[in-house]
Design a protein around this ligand. Structure first.
Ligand SMILES: Nc1ncnc2c1ncn2[C@@H]1O[C@H](COP(=O)(O)OP(=O)(O)O)[C@@H](O)[C@H]1O
Ligand SMILES: [Mg+2]
Length: 195
């Protein structure tokens, strides 16, 4: 059985977990949340006190993910995490979907989720600088990467887009040049007033 390993990446609060859960149900897939895996199996090197988060042991994580994928009886495997492109063995990746959200909407969702100033600014900068997109492109190249603009979209609408793109992998240009949609000067003024 050939397996499809689908990565859902993106800056925190772009909706990875909401989308991945729904997609896993739709595809009857194995769902793997990297933050949960690292915590439950202690695949960490310690704590990042400044960020109040864990430091993942990337090598052990990669070995464990390799094992999980190989042992899985499911045809589809959905991997949810903003650093998924860094820790999933490159040769096993079928497709990476990078979720993108208008930084102004992202800022609102992060505040609602309780992000602190430092993390909020760091995540906003990551989104504006295409960090997850560049990670994905560096890992597997443009043909396996697809950027999805989730701004003002329901989970259901995004799932429909993903299902279409999985069925029609070469149907359209996957890279949407997301940030070009937004006028930098409007973004700048909105963001310096928002946080
Ligand atoms: N399509 C969407 N529209 C509006 N809010 C959403 C959408 N997807 C997720 N959210 C909300 O945004 C927050 C972050 O979503 P989550 O799926 O946990 O993101 P991530 O896993 O990328 O951090 C949650 O409060 C969730 O309810
Ligand atoms: Mg999540």
């Amino acid at each position: 059985m050939s397996k499809r390993v689908i990565l859902i990446t993106g800056t925190p609060c772009t909706g990875k977990t909401s989308i991945s859960h729904q997609l896993a149900t739709t595809l009857d897939a194995l769902y793997l949340n990297l933050t949960d895996l690292a915590k439950h199996e202690n695949l960490t090197l310690g704590k990042d006190k400044k960020r109040n988060s864990i430091i993942v042991d990337e090598q052990r994580m990669q070995r464990r993910i390799n094992q999980i994928i190989k042992k899985s009886h499911k045809e589809n495997i959905i991997i949810d995490g903003h650093y998924a492109a860094t820790v999933v063995p490159k040769k096993l990746i079928t497709r990476i979907f990078v979720l993108r959200r208008d930084p102004i909407e992202l800022c609102r969702l992060m505040k609602r989720s309780g992000f602190s100033d430092h993390k909020l600014f760091e995540n906003l900068a990551s989104e504006i600088l295409d960090v997850c997109l560049v990670d994905a492109l560096n890992t597997v190249g443009a043909r396996k990467v697809c950027e999805l603009n989730v701004t003002r979209k329901s989970v259901k609408k995004t799932i429909n887009e993903i299902m279409f793109l999985l069925d029609n992998p070469t149907s359209e240009e996957a890279l949407s040049m997301f940030i070009m949609i937004f006028t930098p000067i409007v973004l700048f003024h909105s963001l310096i007033q928002t946080p």
